[in-house]
Design a protein around this ligand. Structure first.
Ligand code: FAD
Length: 388
């Protein structure tokens, strides 16, 4: 079935593919400009779902992400539900804890709940009368010449929709990006790192946080590490980053405890031995991929943003933040070029690719910095000097 999206308006139709963090925010940016916005998301509406599957339970929101939220009037609402983290808290093997501030006094990043943030962004996008949400719409293919997209529905039916501009915000394994791969002079690289990640929950103890809440806790152990970010319900989400081959060596509950006893002894009483033994085997470790590409656009028809354009490894805590910043940069260029897509899209690629590639490189660098250098006396000294 083909459906026309053209409504009785002067404005062009913008299709945002992907209703994750960047897609939902982007829908707000385009709707605010008065475009007819159609958001297409393959999942059901997460605001009504019983279980929300995502890439991580919580994440760190920093300045560049907050700026983008401010543009669409959401900063205060999201910040109110975030937990400030003023410093990293380094846990040594002997249990000693040493804070390393993120910046000057009063500066901090925020731990926010991914699902809640995504829900708030979808609700914000929906408040614009010129936005239509289409859940259970999985993009299968699209045509760069005609702008015609084909979506698959859960019931097996197909729907075809046309738009003036397609904005690919459909994540690291973007279906929108597939068309780019078929074109000449499109640079693309994808790298899986040898590490995987696994999330473990640290419940409150006597109704209180089990550790100091206003920190991003790190247990650097050179070839692997664990981090923990606080949640509003006073739990911590601990994320163990480790080479897949090391995850696979641990096959029994006793081996889990032996491993934690050796490398993270202070966490056993906090997480609980039984919980550890159970949760370690709940889900397999997840892979992490870094994607770089160039250009981010095709003619005046399509543009990639967020992880679809630049999936980065999570060690710099900037994947979502950079994706949010994409929205601001695009919006500013729209002002400069009077919303003329044929001028805006190439300029966006020109301005944005170097910055996003730099973020990807910094994230790769921090992959080593966080688990190894952060452990060294030199690092602690340098951070100390940086912060006084
Ligand atoms: P996604 O969040 O992946 O959303 C893509 C959306 O598109 C999804 O809703 C998906 O269902 C939908 N979709 C996919 N395919 C289709 C299709 N064919 N048709 C329609 N819809 C489709 N970033 C930070 O800034 N700070 C952090 O602290 C941080 N921590 C992280 C921790 C971990 C363990 C990981 C893995 C990542 C972390 N990130 C962090 C990165 C962050 O998760 C991503 O950068 C962010 O989710 C990107 O948002 P996105 O909307 O571009 O993509």
């Amino acid at each position: 079935m083909e459906r026309s999206t053209s409504r009785q308006s002067r404005k062009k139709v913008v299709a945002v593919v992907g209703g994750g963090l960047v897609g939902a925010l982007n829908a707000c940016f385009f709707a605010k400009r008065g475009f007819d916005v159609e958001l297409f998301e393959s999942r059901e509406d997460i605001r009504r779902a019983k279980i929300v599957k995502g890439r991580s339970i919580n994440l760190a929101l920093s300045h560049r992400g907050r700026q983008a939220l401010k543009y669409v009037g959401l900063e205060e609402k999201i910040v109110a539900k975030g937990i400030p983290m003023h410093a990293r808290m380094i846990h040594s093997l002997n249990g000693k804890q040493s804070p390393i501030p993120y910046g000057r006094k009063g500066q901090y990043i925020l731990s926010v709940d991914r699902a809640n943030l995504n829900k708030e962004l979808l609700t914000a996008a929906e408040t614009y009368p010129n936005t239509k949400m289409n859940f259970d719409h999985k993009l299968q293919d699209w045509n760069a010449e005609t702008g015609l997209m084909t979506f698959a529905r859960l019931d097996g039916s197909k729907e075809q929709v046309k738009a003036d501009l397609i904005v690919g915000c459909d994540g690291a394994f973007s279906a929108v990006r597939k068309q780019f791969l078929r074109r000449s002079r499109f640079d693309y690289s994808q790298t899986y790192i040898p590490h995987g990640y696994m999330e473990l929950t640290m419940l409150p103890i006597n109704g209180e946080f089990a550790m100091k809440p206003n920190y991003l806790h790190i247990w650097p152990r050179n070839t692997f590490m664990m981090i923990a970010l606080p949640n509003l319900d006073k739990t911590f989400t601990c994320t163990l980053f480790m080479p897949f081959e090391d995850f696979e060596k641990i096959t029994t509950g006793d081996e889990v405890i032996e491993f934690f006893q050796k490398y993270f002894p202070d966490t056993i009483p906090l997480i609980g031995a039984d919980t550890l033994q159970r949760d370690y085997f709940r889900l397999p470790a997840q892979a992490m991929v870094s994607v770089k590409c160039n250009p981010y656009h095709i003619g005046d028809a399509c543009v990639l943003m967020g992880d679809a354009a630049h999936a980065v490894v999570p060690f710099y805590g900037q994947g979502m933040n950079a994706g949010f910043e994409d929205c601001i940069v695009f919006d500013e260029i729209m002002d400069q070029f009077n919303e003329d897509f044929s001028a805006v899209l190439p300029e966006y690629t020109r301005v944005r690719v170097p910055d996003d590639h730099a973020i990807a490189d910094l994230a790769m660098y921090n992959y080593i910095e966080m688990r190894a250098h952060v452990n060294s006396k030199w690092f602690l000294f340098r951070k100390y000097v940086d912060n006084i």
